[in-house]
Design a protein around this ligand. Sequence first.
Ligand SMILES: CC(C)(COP(=O)(O)OP(=O)(O)OC[C@H]1O[C@@H](n2cnc3c(N)ncnc32)[C@H](O)[C@@H]1OP(=O)(O)O)[C@@H](O)C(=O)NCCC(=O)NCCS
Length: 320
Amino acid sequence: MIHDLVIRRIRPDEAGVFRGFTFKTFSALLAPPAVHAPEQICLGAWVQGIPVGLALAGPALLALGRYQLYSIMVAPAWRRRGIGRELVRAVAAETGRRGVATLATEWSDRLPGAHTFAALLAGTGFGAPQATLLRVSGPVAAAERLFRPGFVDRIRADGLRLRSWQDIGPAAQALADTLERTGGIPPWANPVSQWQELAPDLSLVLTDTEGKIQGWIICTAQRALNRWVFPIGWVSPAYAKRGWLLAGVAEAARLLMERYGPDARVALETSPHTPAMWQILERQFTPVAQWSDRLLTASVTVDTMQPAAMETTAAAPGSP
Ligand SMILES: CC(C)(COP(=O)(O)OP(=O)(O)OC[C@H]1O[C@@H](n2cnc3c(N)ncnc32)[C@H](O)[C@@H]1OP(=O)(O)O)[C@@H](O)C(=O)NCCC(=O)NCCS
């Protein structure tokens, strides 16, 4: 344990020296107004005045009522001396001071040092990590081969009809808005969040034989990367577990290959909400994919955490 360790909020004029202590995505949190926003937690660690670590946290991006540890880093020469643990405890204490009970965090299992981070979390009382998202990316030809010949026809025989978003996207969006308002779909399933990049020719609306909308598969284009992402697939509970979503993805992959060739890259994402999709991506696509990862989350109830072993100050000297 280092005796002259100081952990406290960073003043805006000190933020510059901590830039290298976090990912680019979070560097805005080190600049005003975020760096002194009361809801943000921006803690620096110093030993004898030398900056040795940084932790950034704030309101959880996707879950209301929780705080999220966005990033934590200790300078390589100072690792394995308990500074990371003290930073986590100080973040938990700051979270509790804001009246928030849960501190969560999220990371990719491809993060270099993911095991170190997981060990740090386990050692500070976080629960076991849960995989919340599986992301797989590869050539569309590999994705298309996942589905056996005749698979889509079999699901069509079960009543699935696939229409282009170009044809009935507005009706599907209106239904999604109504369902979200009335609690019929979770917010993640509403295509509105993807409107900016939505590819209307490759996004599909799932209907039954009477033309009633029963779901959608949203495709977004990252043309500069020759990459198509499928961030949302939703099917009404009445048609769940019948292969409808999988058939939609198979059809979208076929269309993508037809229009942009076998080397177009496809990125598929799935969550534990759609277990069949998770299984097929994990077992069959991951082994042939160019890239895959799992997003992990873990959380802790902050008042169960052991308090920081050293004195931490909530405010930076001279701060209002
Ligand atoms: C993760 C990180 C912040 C840990 O900081 P640290 O100051 O070295 O951590 P601590 O010394 O407080 O270690 C606390 C516990 O974490 C675990 N741990 C830390 N480093 C470890 C390692 N290299 N291997 C295995 N376990 C490790 C141990 O359980 C350790 O307890 P112990 O020393 O009593 O066994 C640091 O390794 C780091 O900056 N990594 C790069 C950035 C990063 O990946 N951040 C996480 C995602 S944002």
